[in-house]
Design a protein around this ligand. Structure first.
Ligand code: 5GP
Length: 137
C-alpha cells in the first residue's frame, strides 16, 4: 500500500482541506510554496493514463476549486497546477496526484524550465506525426 492510500484509509495523518466520495485534497508535507496542496483520487491508480476519463475530470475540477481558494483566501497572485507521471518525470509517490501550488509575486521560486529546440521543422513534424499515430491507435 502506498503512502497516499494510507492517507485515504486514515492510517497515517494528513491535513485534509477537501473530501468527497471520489477525491481527497490535503496539504503537501514538503511544500514548494506554503499552501501547496495535493489532489488525489480515492481509487487506486498510478499514472494519469490509468483511470477512466471521469476520474481525471473530477480530479481536475477539484484542482480548479483549490486553485480558486488559494487565489481568494490565501491571496495568491497565481497558481501552478502540475502532475508528474513516472520516475523519469519526477513522480515519487505511485498514486495519481495533482499538485496545486499557490504563487506570489516575489515568492523567490523559479522552475528550471530550460527551453530547447528542434534540429529542423522536419524533426518537429516527425514527433508530431508519432503523437498523431498514438491518438488514433
Ligand atoms: P511527486 O514527486 O510524486 O509528484 O510528488 C509527491 C509529493 O508528495 C511531494 O511533493 C511530497 O512532498 C508529497 N508527500 C510525500 N509523502 C507525503 C506524505 O506522507 N504526506 C503528505 N502530506 N505529502 C507527502
Amino acid at each position: 500500500m502506498n503512502i497516499f492510500e494510507k492517507i485515504i484509509n486514515r492510517e497515517i495523518p494528513a491535513t485534509i482541506v477537501y473530501e468527497d466520495e471520489d477525491t481527497i485534497a490535503f496539504m503537501d508535507m514538503g511544500p514548494i510554496i506554503k499552501g501547496h496542496t495535493l489532489v488525489i483520487p480515492k481509487t487506486c491508480c498510478n499514472l494519469i493514463t490509468d483511470p477512466p476519463d471521469d476520474v481525471v475530470c473530477k480530479l481536475m475540477i477539484v484542482a480548479k476549486r483549490i486553485a480558486a481558494a488559494q487565489m481568494k483566501t490565501l491571496e495568491a497572485d497565481g497558481v501552478n497546477i502540475m502532475q508528474n507521471n513516472g520516475k523519469a518525470a519526477g513522480q515519487e509517490v505511485p498514486h495519481l496526484h495533482i499538485h496545486v501550488i499557490p504563487r506570489f509575486k516575489n515568492d523567490g521560486h523559479q522552475w528550471n524550465w530550460a527551453a530547447k529546440s528542434y534540429d529542423s521543422s522536419t524533426e518537429m513534424e516527425a514527433f508530431a506525426e508519432k503523437i498523431r499515430e498514438g491518438l488514433i491507435t
